[in-house]
Ligand binder design. Sequence first.
Ligand code: NAD
Ligand code: DAU
Length: 342
Amino acid sequence: MKTILVTGGAGFIGSNYVRHVLTTCEDVRVVNLDVLTYAGNLENLEGLEDDPRYRFVRADIADAGAVEAAVADETVDEVVHFAAESHVDRSIEDASAFLRTNVVGTQALIDFARAREVARFVHVSTDEVYGQLGPDDPAFTEETPIQPNSPYSASKASSDLLVRAACHTHGFPGLITRCSNNYGPYQFPEKLIPLMISNALEDRPLPVYGDGLNVRDWIWVEDHCAAVDVVRQRGELGQVYNIGGRSERTNLDVVKAILGQLGKPESLIEFVKDRPGHDQRYAIDDSKITAALGFVPKVGFDEGIRQTVAWYTANETWWQRVKSEAYRDYYERMYGERTGEG
Ligand code: NAD
Ligand code: DAU
């Protein structure tokens, strides 16, 4: 039985990944290491507490001593590193947590993984490190220059470069994935799609930045998790793999699709002040992961958004507890201590 240390497994993609890997790989144990910031929600993993192949430990990746203490009794075979500050708007307000977790934390985790001589370290990164595209530019390839535009993407680019440097200098067994915008169950309702669905369900205004014509490539979260796991199992050490959903949409198209499915009026759309430095367009050329590892996303946008709207409609308690912050009691109830970070 192999033990995978998953960082950030209480977040949106990390929690979907923990379920994915436990379901698809019988020979794997997961140790989920997460400090539980506002974005960490153990209710995303409800039901796994008694699974003998799953263990939760609470630690900050930027605190090397805390990480070592949390997993002192574990043999760690592989690491899949999701833990990060992930929201662009928050990074524009205050970049400090992004530097601590995404940059200092990633280097601390590299040092930990080297000391433990792990066999593979998958660093989960983002297409935002490439900067932005114009309407007719070709999609990002793995060779596109790194030109991040927000404090968030600059911190993620820094972490990619630290993984790359460790591979080059120390023969570190790192792999980097760069994915486009995820959507699906358990996404924190500060991000576009869950914010718009939950606001629409409450008949509140849907705040669209600028003219709403910025373009993102949307990937169903389960497809991203499957791609990360293909890279974990079969990716070539030292390589970067782009992952995309083959579903470019303007923000306005996304919002109108949500309103259409919910039968709510477009008059709920409210155009608001644009995000400073707002990237115009992201698009992914995923030919490398398809050719090298045979990965293709399975769920197109129309099906994915239908399932996502259905999930948030059926799971109103989950997002109401997030919006009211009631979810922050879960750790205390299950593990006997209150979450601290803001
Ligand atoms: P998220 O914000 O939902 O979750 C982040 C998780 O990391 C939370 O559980 C949080 O508690 C944990 N965390 C934060 N700081 C930590 C620290 N110092 N120590 C330990 N744990 C910490 O994020 P997400 O949307 O699930 O993104 C996961 C990863 O995927 C991130 O690295 C992000 O950059 C990357 N990514 C996200 C997207 C997307 O569309 N959401 C797309 C591409 C890549
Ligand atoms: O591309 C991958 C990235 O996608 C990830 O690395 C990030 O972690 C993730 O947050 C996401 O970044 P974005 O900035 O693209 O996602 P967000 O959901 O914040 O915004 C998506 C688009 O919607 C963007 O053009 C801004 C716009 N938007 C967002 C919000 C929250 C609005 O118009 N109104 C809003 O209220």
